[in-house]
Ligand binder design. Structure first.
Ligand SMILES: Cc1cc2nc3c(=O)[nH]c(=O)nc-3n(C[C@H](O)[C@H](O)[C@H](O)COP(=O)(O)OP(=O)(O)OC[C@H]3O[C@@H](n4cnc5c(N)ncnc54)[C@H](O)[C@@H]3O)c2cc1C
Ligand code: FES
Length: 340
């Protein structure tokens, strides 16, 4: 157990990193501190800090979230560093990152699996205590081999301890390569919830959700959250889902497969970027990149929407440019996760 003394422009905080805390970031968030973070995976660099004194170990070799300049300044990533003695560190606090639901570790059992596309499977896990999270948030799953990865929930919070995830198989991937054949009864650890791209129930703006590849899961959670939590105000929801070929976006059957076909204020547009053979496969939908489809269909009218998106960095960066720079959507209406 180590005590970490944290200094930021907001003041100073002491917190304890226990043996169960994977990293300094986990310890800070479990103490409900406003420690800056985004991906929890060493990719984004948001959790950079400067160690002032004490010993620590790093958990990832050459994390992409640290630039050469950061390394020269002696910075470290809190999501990939563990204190091994009492420590002092300096960070720029971010009040938005203070967790409203404290992340916790839970043991879970795999109960169900359902094929969504040729390489995405929905898995259902069960914990003994309630599944507490906000629609759109993610958790860190650890499998039986000790591989630890972030996955977004696709369901909504519940007292029954039901957690659903949609996982896309990455060939050669340590966690996801075997996911198309999950074994019911297998044990996992769920650490969460994390993330700021959650459904804002206090906004009555219409909603735009955009997903690429594995980014579908949190968008489904948000759409289910709208249906469950915002019945009275019920905004119009537009979902854009992008993949390479028709089979990546489940052809025309996406809403049926996701159980969203009964929602009357949901409009779904699937987009494929590789149109070869698409016509012979019966594809009559949109063609191009998903952000281009958003631009074609909405352009300036998105400025008055609440916007959520998730997916690979190339897609999220293209959308950020479109929304923030070209269309000037106010920052506080844009909520997203980059899947490093
Ligand atoms: C906030 C967040 C939320 C996320 N939510 C989801 C979600 O809902 N659904 C989802 O499917 N994913 C999600 N992800 C992505 C997920 O966390 C994993 O990154 C993804 O599943 C790949 O993990 P993996 O262990 O299978 O692959 P990894 O083992 O991490 O490998 C990734 C890639 O690197 C390659 N690779 C691995 N080792 C080597 C090597 N030694 N040399 C060269 N190449 C190598 C692999 O072949 C693969 O292409 C999310 C990520 C973040 C950050
Ligand atoms: S939160 Fe640590 S690098 Fe993204």
């Amino acid at each position: 157990m180590s005590t970490v003394h944290l200094t930021s422009s907001d003041g100073t905080f002491n917190f304890t990193q226990s043996d169960d805390d994977y990293s300094i970031l986990q310890a800070a968030l479990r103490n409900q501190l406003p420690f800056p973070y985004e991906c929890n995976a060493g990719g984004c660099g948001s959790c950079r800090f400067i160690p002032m004194s004490g010993e620590y170990e790093t958990l990832m070799d050459s994390p992409p979230g640290l630039s050469k300049r950061d390394i020269r300044k002696g910075m470290q990533l809190a999501c990939q560093t563990r204190a091994t003695s009492n420590m002092e560190l300096k960070v720029r606090a971010d009040e938005e990152c203070r967790p409203s639901i404290v992340p916790r570790l839970r043991t879970a059992t795999l109960e169900s699996c359902q094929t969504i596309t040729h390489d995405i499977v929905a898995i259902g896990l069960r914990t003994a205590t309630a599944a507490q999270f906000l629609p759109g948030q993610y958790a860190i799953l650890t499998n039986g081999e000790g591989v630890r990865r972030c996955y977004s929930m696709s369901n909504t919070p519940n007292e029954d301890g039901a957690w659903e995830f949609q996982i896309k198989r990455v060939p050669g991937g340590a966690f996801s390569d075997g996911i198309l054949d999950p074994i019911v009864g297998d044990s996992y650890t769920i650490d969460g919830p994390y993330g700021m791209a959650f459904l804002r129930t206090d906004s009555n703006r219409d909603i735009l959700c955009v997903a690429g590849g594995s980014g579908l899961s949190p968008m489904v959670s948000i759409i289910r959250g709208v249906a469950a939590e915002m019945r009275d105000s019920s905004p119009q929801v537009h979902l854009f889902y992008g993949g390479r070929t028709p089979r990546d976006v489940a052809g025309n059957k996406l809403t049926e497969l996701l159980g969203l076909d009964s929602l009357d204020r949901l409009c779904v547009t699937s987009v494929i970027s590789e149109p070869e053979d698409a016509t012979s496969l019966g594809w009559d939908g949109e063609i191009g990149f998903v952000h281009e489809s958003v631009e074609r269909n909405f352009s300036v009218s998105v400025t008055d929407m609440e916007i959520y998106f998730a997916g690979p960095p190339a897609m999220t960066e293209a959308l950020q440019r479109l929304l923030m720079i070209d269309l000037q959507v106010p920052f506080d209406q844009i909520h997203f996760d980059r899947f490093f």
